[in-house]
Design a binder for this molecule. Structure first.
Ligand SMILES: NC(=O)CC[C@H](N)C(=O)O
Length: 335
């Protein structure tokens, strides 16, 4: 009787599964090689029965992929499903199991497109479910704890990994193979998970002022990223000039710089109406207007402190609504 009563008051958490190492299975406990996204949501849930003490859990399989295969199509599907679940009030919070390679991109995409204030928590693993000291079960339990906590409301989309909570806007994968791979290079974690509870310490002031409603979208404008390096030739930029590409994010050197040859081609792209957004390859810090580049004269925008892959997301979403450079720049400075 008491138990029944308690269960009733537990928050309702829906887990949307997409694949990744958290659903990965390998040959043995000591082999690092594995296949991502093999296990279904039911198997993931049955491995962590403790989650049922924290929330009323429902699971849904959205995709079964390694997140290197994440796509606009799956992003739209996820985003629509999140908005639908909160709209129909069938959950109080959502956890998304996801591969770690592109988790930061999905976090940014959903941060900008999930219309409700309710918690959305992304989680993954660095060791497959079959590995020794696998991290997936603990991470999943922690993610449910974060999702179920009333203090997670209004924090935007967050990533819960390795007993840390990161703001989805800022988080990035920093190490290829380590369980401590996630970090927010500019700002650090916003919360710590310990002993079945999350404690928050910081909150971003840059949570989206503007949300993008993609509930009716079926595709997004094409935006490509080009990487900068010493003596880069302009062939990669030139290759995009006569395509359907609507935006280029340039992962420039230092504060978003490029050499003269690449600069000429980027200017050509800009004159053709392709939006050029300068970001940088350093991994942290801002890309600022008018440092060594005359952005106003060239018609470029800057990605502020978003890394190239995150800047691409905001540029795609912005281009869905406008090709006005000033408005697009405002989107970057507001987010
Ligand atoms: N640790 C991981 O999740 C990496 C596995 C796979 N490449 C993915 O991102 O889904």
């Amino acid at each position: 009787q008491t138990k029944k009563k308690m269960t009733k008051t537990l928050p309702r958490v829906t887990i949307l599964a997409t694949g990744g190492t958290i659903a990965g299975a390998g040959e043995s406990a000591t082999k690092a090689a594995y296949t991502a996204g093999k296990l279904s949501i039911d198997i993931l849930l049955s491995a962590v029965p403790q989650i049922h003490d924290k929330a009323q859990i429902k699971g849904e399989q959205i995709a079964k992929i390694g997140s290197q295969d994440m796509s606009v199509e799956v992003w739209l599907k996820l985003s629509k499903r999140i908005n639908e679940i909160f709209e129909e009030d069938s959950a109080d919070a959502i956890v998304i199991t996801h591969g770690t390679d592109t988790m930061e991109e999905t976090a940014t995409f959903l941060d900008l497109t999930a219309l409700s204030d309710k918690p959305v928590v992304l989680v993954g693993a660095m060791r497959a479910s079959t590995a020794m000291s696998q991290d997936g079960n603990k991470n999943l339990l922690d993610a449910v704890i974060v999702a179920a906590d009333p203090n997670s409301q209004g924090k935007g989309v967050v990533v819960a990994m390795n007993e840390l909570v990161f703001d989805g806007r800022d988080v990035t994968k920093t190490i290829t193979t380590s369980t401590s791979t996630f970090d927010s290079r500019n700002f650090g974690p916003i919360g710590l998970i310990y002993d079945g509870k999350v404690n928050y310490y910081y909150q971003s002031l840059r949570n989206p002022v503007k949300k993008f409603d993609v509930t009716k979208a079926t595709s997004l404008p094409q935006v490509e990223i080009i990487y900068g390096y010493a003596d880069a030739s302009p062939v990669t930029v030139d290759a995009l000039l006569n395509t359907n590409v609507k935006g280029i994010v340039y992962a420039g050197m230092g504060n978003g710089n490029f050499n003269a040859a690449v600069g000429n081609s980027l200017e050509k792209a800009s004159k053709k109406g392709i939006i050029v957004c300068r970001s940088n390859r350093t991994g942290s810090g801002r890309t600022t207007l008018f440092n060594e580049v005359d952005d106003a004269a060239l018609g470029f925008v800057v990605g502020d402190d978003l890394n190239p892959q995150k800047a691409r997301i905001l540029l795609m979403l912005s281009l869905m609504e406008t090709s006005d450079r000033a408005k697009i720049q405002t989107n970057f400075f507001d987010y």
